[in-house]
Design a protein around this ligand. Structure first.
Ligand SMILES: Nc1ncnc2c1ncn2[C@@H]1O[C@H](COP(=O)(O)OP(=O)(O)OP(=O)(O)O)[C@@H](O)[C@H]1O
Length: 676
């Protein structure tokens, strides 16, 4: 349910702020936070003395109109029904249990918080006053304890947490003000109401300055007391209920990050909005322009909040790892201000110029590579990994989720069309090469489109029935991908490697060749610095260990060596190809073909040791997709390998090694009659 305090505000067309009197009336009835109301009234006073013909007048009225149209106090009530949430999350998503569990945990915590009793401590040295207050508050359903003076209250507070302390000001031993000071130190989240006599109003002011929530004059008006405590309870509950975790979904494209974000919003019954940060060039796009010129605008965050009309949507910030390059301003600091729960309760948009509380927003960031994020930002995010899918998972997702959706979208539901498992597998293997599901969904849509056309062309007579492998080939044309590794022969100087990029794992081939020359190492294929250094390290390792491998130690004398990694147009970098380069060189120099179906990954040291690499799961999945039979990983990655599910390892043998020597016999075939 959404609480719209002033629905009539919604109907106001943008850019038509109305006259000053109308704005003033709207401001007074708008239930604005005090600091905002103050700014609005001050601005209105200023405008009253301004000539409506000058630009400042229009800027001012637009600004006030904007402030009035923000959802300062409007929010949706979360639906905390765990069973319902679980159903919604499962309805649209296969697997991803860890993400679903995280959301259900969150809902469970929220449910418990909402059921937690509100605890009040009544402090008064007069027994009759104590008992009366205790009676009244207990009748309201609060859990009430009493203390005879400040000292006693302090002791109780040390043993138990209270939401609220209702204390008399004048008491023996420790008085109300001293107690208030002590409370602020040991339990800063506990609110205090100070009860004062008529003669001590100035002390009440002192109490407010020291952090008391409010004060009540004696004799206490019971109705006033009830409403005060109720509003403090409501405020605390609201803060507790709206504070959300900052989740960061990380993984290759098309693995369900966005769509599960949508389901989370649906489960909580919150509004959903998605903002891609990839194209942002300027800090002002997030934080707004200062209100000094006519075209000034608020940033995208505040803009979206206003558009949605509630202050607690699920807000997806897509691709936070892509912000940064040629970004004017400091992206990390803006993101911190938006995403850090400590800071976002008073987010400062330059246009608004008054803090807006974003703490109720449930931010979900997404990133393809979280390692790119600055440390302080990463520190505050709860990263949830979205790994690539295995072929088995893809088949299940396609048949249970994507195909029914595509059939429906193409008007084919209930028209005798279905896909055989073999057909789905054919689409996955022959027409997609990805960790996620984007391409698969597009290809399935293409099949449905063509089937729809055939169906209509055939005069709606009958559906094609079950679509098999051949029909897929007919409709989509010849396969675009083959099992490139399994189907190619081994060559001298060409080694198969596994790398990891933001698109998931990938297979690469490192080619080496030599020719007469003058000890040059030629490197091509858009290699980055780290990759170039890996190549130099590999060459030095091979040169310094030549005799051990039966290679002529002077092989480099009158020679140039050229190392190339296709596809040349794609920039490549990273340390994990070191071992693959070394094997490619050894294959060349020992004249033994490197097995095409053995893929390697590992950082190489000058002494030939193989160091740990990242992205193990994605690399094994890439090997599976490409039809590699054996993968070589550094021994230090053994724990990562052990964690992999059976499906991921199906059909792939893993060899662990910590030194190049250990793998030579596994990778290089005997010297034969094959040519370079
Ligand atoms: N586990 C899953 N179960 C069912 N469908 C899924 C699953 N994962 C992904 N999909 C579907 O795959 C498609 C792509 O997913 P989505 O757009 O959420 O990917 P993404 O990870 O957000 O990608 P990007 O990083 O490019 O934004 C969607 O149609 C989504 O419904």
């Amino acid at each position: 349910m959404i609480f719209f305090r002033r629905p009539e505000e919604e109907q106001r067309p943008e850019g038509e702020p109305g006259d000053l009197e109308e704005l003033r009336q709207r401001a007074e009835g708008a239930d604005l936070p005090e600091h905002v109301l103050k700014v609005v009234l001050k601005e209105l006073d200023k405008l009253e003395k301004t000539d409506p013909a000058v630009a400042e007048y229009a800027i001012g009225t637009t600004y006030i109109d904007f402030l009035l149209s923000l959802p300062w106090n409007r929010f949706t009530e979360d639906n905390l029904d765990l069973g319902r949430a679980e159903k919604i999350l499962s309805q649209a998503h296969y697997g991803l249990q860890h993400v679903k569990d995280r959301i259900l945990d969150y809902l469970a915590v929220r449910t418990l918080c909402s059921l937690q009793a509100f605890r009040v401590l009544v402090v008064d040295d007069e027994e009759i006053a104590r008992t009366n207050l205790e009676y009244v508050l207990q009748k309201e359903g609060y859990q009430v304890d009493t203390a005879v003076d400040g000292q006693d209250a302090f002791e109780k507070l040390r043993r138990k947490e209270y939401d609220l302390i209702l204390t008399d000001l004048k008491m023996q031993k420790m008085d109300g003000l001293q107690l208030l000071e002590a409370v602020k130190k040991i339990s800063p989240n506990t609110e205090t109401i100070m009860v004062t006599g008529y003669a001590t109003v100035s002390s009440a002011v002192a109490a407010l300055q020291k952090g008391a929530a409010t004060y009540l004059s004696k004799p206490i008006n019971i109705a006033e007391l009830r409403s005060l405590v109720a509003s403090i309870k409501e405020k605390k509950r609201h803060m507790q209920m709206t504070r959300g975790p900052i989740l960061c979904f990380s993984g290759p494209p098309g693995t369900g990050k966005t769509s599960i974000g949508r389901s989370i919003a649906q489960a909580l019954e919150r509004r959903f909005v998605r903002l891609s940060l990839a194209g942002l060039r300027d800090e002002a796009e997030l934080r707004g322009h200062r209100r000094t010129y006519v075209g000034a605008m608020p940033g995208r965050i505040i803009h979206e909040i206003r558009r949605l009309g509630v202050k607690n949507p699920v807000f997806m910030l897509d691709e936070i790892d892509k912000i940064g390059q040629d970004f004017r301003g400091d992206p990390a600091s803006v993101l911190l201000e938006i995403l850090d729960p400590e800071q976002n309760s008073h987010f400062m948009d330059h246009y608004l110029d008054v803090p807006f509380d974003l703490s109720g927003v449930m931010f979900i960031a997404t990133a393809n590579v979280v390692e790119r994020l600055p440390g302080p930002l990463l520190d505050r995010l709860e990263v949830i990994e979205f790994p690539g899918y295995t072929e088995k998972e893809k088949v299940a997702i396609a048949s249970h989720f994507m195909i029914p959706r595509q059939l429906q979208e193409h008007g084919l539901r209930g028209r005798d069309v279905s896909f055989s498992e073999e057909a789905i597998r054919t689409v996955i293997r022959g027409y997609t090469r990805e960790a996620g599901l984007r391409q698969l969904e597009r290809e399935l849509a293409a099949v449905c489109r063509k089937v729809a056309r055939l169906y209509v062309a055939a005069d709606h007579s009958a559906g094609p029935g079950e679509i098999g492998e051949e029909v897929i080939h007919e409709l989509l044309g010849p396969p675009r991908y083959t099992h490139e590794v399994a189907e190619a022969r081994s060559r001298i100087g060409v080694a198969t490697g596994l790398v990891w990029s933001e698109l998931g794992g990938e297979i690469i081939f490192v080619e080496s060749t030599r020719m007469r020359g003058s000890q040059q190492l030629i490197l091509t294929g858009s290699l980055g610095t780290i990759l170039k250094e890996s190549a130099q390290t590999a060459l030095s390792y091979v040169r310094s260990h030549a005799e051990q491998f039966g290679i002529d130690p002077d092989f480099f004398e009158d020679t140039d060596i050229h190392i190339h990694i296709p596809a040349a147009a794609i920039p490549k970098d990273g340390p994990s190809a070191g071992i693959t380069i070394a094997v490619s060189l050894l294959s060349l120099l020992m004249q033994r073909p490197a097995r095409r179906d053995v893929a390697l990954t590992g950082e190489l040291t000058l002494s030939g040791r193989i160091l740990q690499v990242a992205g193990v799961r994605e690399k094994v999945l890439a090997a599976q997709r490409a039809g590699v039979s054996t993968v070589v990983f550094p021994k230090r990655n053994e724990p990562d390998i052990r964690r992999l599910e059976e499906d991921v390892l199906a059909g792939v043998e893993v060899v662990l090694a910590d030194d190049v020597e250990q793998i030579i016999e596994r990778v290089l075939e005997p010297a034969g009659n094959m040519k370079e």
